[in-house]
Design a protein around this ligand. Structure first.
Ligand code: ADP
Ligand code: MG
Length: 623
């Protein structure tokens, strides 16, 4: 074969050209390439500016999805007449003056390039009036012309014909409907962080979204996502705990984490803020994912809104012009804090069962402390202060909502109205006098060999026996994995079984893993394995079947290379499934009650290891 000719270099340099500084306009246009990708980027920057100016009400008006026109009006501090032309200059800002300011920056903006960039790719004008001024001023960005206008205190920025001067860019825009959706999403991100500010969005003269200023965070989330988001999530507030422990600095996490049942097919309701700024961060996303891993089924996407509070000096927001990426000085600390906070919130049954008996705070989330999450001296992210978002009012109407009720919630309801549903109707026949104190009630019967039916203060409880037991065994196994190994128990008589060549090989190569799992497995012939010990927590399991299923798990490609912990959890899950009560096994009432009490004590017992719910409440009303 003849030699393949090399392709020509993309830009043959014919002659040397002199070095020149680029004209200002072109520099701005280049910068605009990074900052302004589509109408939604303009909306984001203008709303950022309005919030930095202390606005209480922000109105966004769009034409053709923002492509033809974007107007953002605010009632903030305004821009002084002599500073108006400066606002449009590149690298001109009122938000920082020194490197020290930059390192501790707490405003949304600080780079001083948004208005300049937007002006370079659109027809822009700024109207503004400061308190005490006789009238407002309008600045035409293209001509630099200033003219008086009548308006209230505050600022409006009008951006028309985006990318009219850069047609190549304009071609990348999608349909108006798509661009509009992105614009609304940009406002939504701000609205979720600032419940104290009112937002409205108009498109083609029609009001399409309105989020009134709310003094309670849950009201804003309900307005944005609907009540279901709030009722199907648990509050997180590590700030209260850190405060109680006297911890200073560090990382605080507040927000709402959806219960596993509320998970969605798409990752479209996942919002993370660092010091009030919406960010996309793989580290944080991973921390969240890790916390949900244990309770979520397959590819389901959890829903959450998280506010991470951290000393501004320990996070670099100047990583990207759009500031959607951040860099933490100690990423591991943040990752762990996120994972722990969500883990604790989701594992609440244990804490809540205690709460039901009137002992202490459910899950330790005391939102009553409230106050402001300080992210900015000028514009704190306000957090409701009177406790209305605390656990109790999040679930105001217990009856008739069987889907998303968690053990967690049940215990709260229980604590509040122990026997209200049937007060004055009839006496409940209870075998044990304290049965009403059990959130999951007392067992009545087994149905189809699969379900336990129980009666509690709210009505009927239906428990998936295998799913529930599987979770209990799994959590028990995890707990018994105190150090690095699971407590093992020797078998009185070793069990032998005929093994395949692969099983033989795996048993030998994974001997250490098997020991760590509490299994003592050794070859006693060319095709025979002996089991000499198995986990104490699984004393009743069939040793041969247990070892076979673990070996099958260990054989899976890539398993050995995965993080040990993760692989072990998977293997533990396999073992738990194995050790859990099988379908069609008859249980006595005592066994059923024991299982219910175990569930109340076990973390994450609302879901089995595969993320399926383990129980359902059916209220008397529904019945
Ligand atoms: P940055 O926000 O990074 O400072 P911008 O180009 O977005 O840069 O804005 C430049 C300056 O214009 C800001 O620092 C601020 O002083 C002023 N400004 C912009 N928008 C507003 C507004 N809506 N209200 C008051 N001042 C504003
Ligand atoms: Mg700005």
């Amino acid at each position: 074969m003849s030699a393949i000719p090399l392709p020509a270099p993309p830009h043959p340099i014919a002659e040397r050209r002199p070095i020149r500084a680029l004209p200002d306009e072109l520099v701005s246009q280049i910068a605009a390439g990074e900052v302004v990708e589509r109408p939604a980027s303009v909306v984001r920057e203008l709303v950022d500016n309005a919030l930095d100016a202390g606005a209480r009400q922000i109105t966004v008006r769009l034409l053709s999805g923002g492509v033809r026109s974007i107007v953002v009006e605010d009632d903030g501090a305004g821009i002084a007449p002599d500073e108006l032309p400066l606002a449009l200059l590149r690298h001109a800002t009122s938000k920082i003056t020194s490197l020290d300011d930059l390192e501790g920056v707490s405003t949304m903006g600080f780079r001083g390039e948004a208005l300049a960039a937007i002006a370079s790719v659109s027809e822009m004008s700024v109207h503004s009036r400061i308190p005490g001024a006789a009238h407002g001023l309008r600045l035409d960005a293209r001509t630099g012309e200033l003219s008086p206008v009548a308006r209230g205190v505050g600022t409006s920025v009008e951006v028309r014909e985006l990318f009219f001067s850069t047609p190549a860019r304009r071609k990348f825009l999608k349909t108006d409907a798509t661009e509009l959706a992105h614009c609304v999403e940009a406002v939504r991100r701000h609205a979720l962080a600032r419940a104290d500010v009112g937002f409205s969005i108009w498109h083609e003269g029609k009001l399409i979204e309105q989020w009134r200023a709310a003094s309670h965070y849950a009201d804003r989330v309900s307005a944005v996502f609907g009540d279901a988001f709030v009722t199907a999530s648990v509050p997180i507030d590590t700030a209260g705990i850190a405060h109680a422990l006297g911890a200073t600095g560090g990382v605080s996490i507040r927000g709402l984490a959806g219960v596993p049942d509320a998970a969605r097919a798409r990752a479209d309701q996942q919002y993370v803020y660092v010091n009030g700024r919406f960010v996309r961060d793989r580290l944080i996303a991973h921390g969240v994912r890790a916390a949900y891993e244990d309770v979520l089924h397959g590819q389901r996407q959890p829903v959450y809104v998280l506010f991470i509070g951290i000393d501004p000096r320990r996070v670099d927001v100047n990583v990207h012009p759009t500031k959607i990426e951040v860099r933490f000085r100690d990423g591991r600390e943040v990752h762990q804090a996120v994972r722990r906070a969500i883990d604790d919130a989701l594992a609440a049954p244990r804490a809540l069962a205690a709460g039901a008996q009137g002992q202490g705070e459910p899950s330790g989330t005391s939102w009553d402390q409230g106050g402001a999450l300080e992210t900015s001296a000028r514009a704190p992210v306000t957090w409701p202060a009177d406790g209305r978002v605390g656990p109790a009012p999040l679930w105001p109407t217990p009856l008739g909502r069987q889907q998303a009720l968690s053990l967690n919630e049940l215990a709260v309801l229980h604590a509040r109205e122990p026997s209200a549903p049937w007060a004055g109707i009839a006496q409940v026949p209870t075998a044990q006098p304290d049965a009403a104190a059990w959130p999951l009630g007392r067992a009545l019967a087994q149905l189809g060999g699969v379900y336990i039916l129980a009666e509690n203060a709210l009505g009927l409880v239906i428990v998936d026996t295998h799913a529930a037991h599987e979770r209990i065994v799994y959590e028990r196994l995890k707990a018994s994995l105190g150090g690095d190994t699971i407590a093992s128990q020797p078998l009185l008589i070793p069990t032998t079984f005929a093994a395949t060549p692969t099983e033989m090989a795996t048993a030998q190569s994974e001997h250490a893993t098997l020991s760590a799992l509490g299994l003592d497995v050794a070859p006693i012939g060319p095709a025979t394995l002996a089991v000499r010990a198995q986990p104490a927590a699984l004393a009743d399991a069939d040793p041969a079947e247990l070892v076979r299923s673990v070996l099958a798990e260990l054989q899976q490609p890539g398993r050995a290379t995965r993080v040990v912990q993760r692989a072990r959890d998977d293997i533990l899950a396999t073992m738990a499934c194995h050790g859990a009560v099988r379908a069609n096994r008859r249980l006595t009432i005592e066994e059923m009650n024991a299982l219910l009490r175990d569930m109340e004590r076990t973390e994450r017992s609302d879901q089995c290891n595969h993320g399926r719910p383990t129980w359902r409440q059916v209220s008397l009303k529904e019945l």
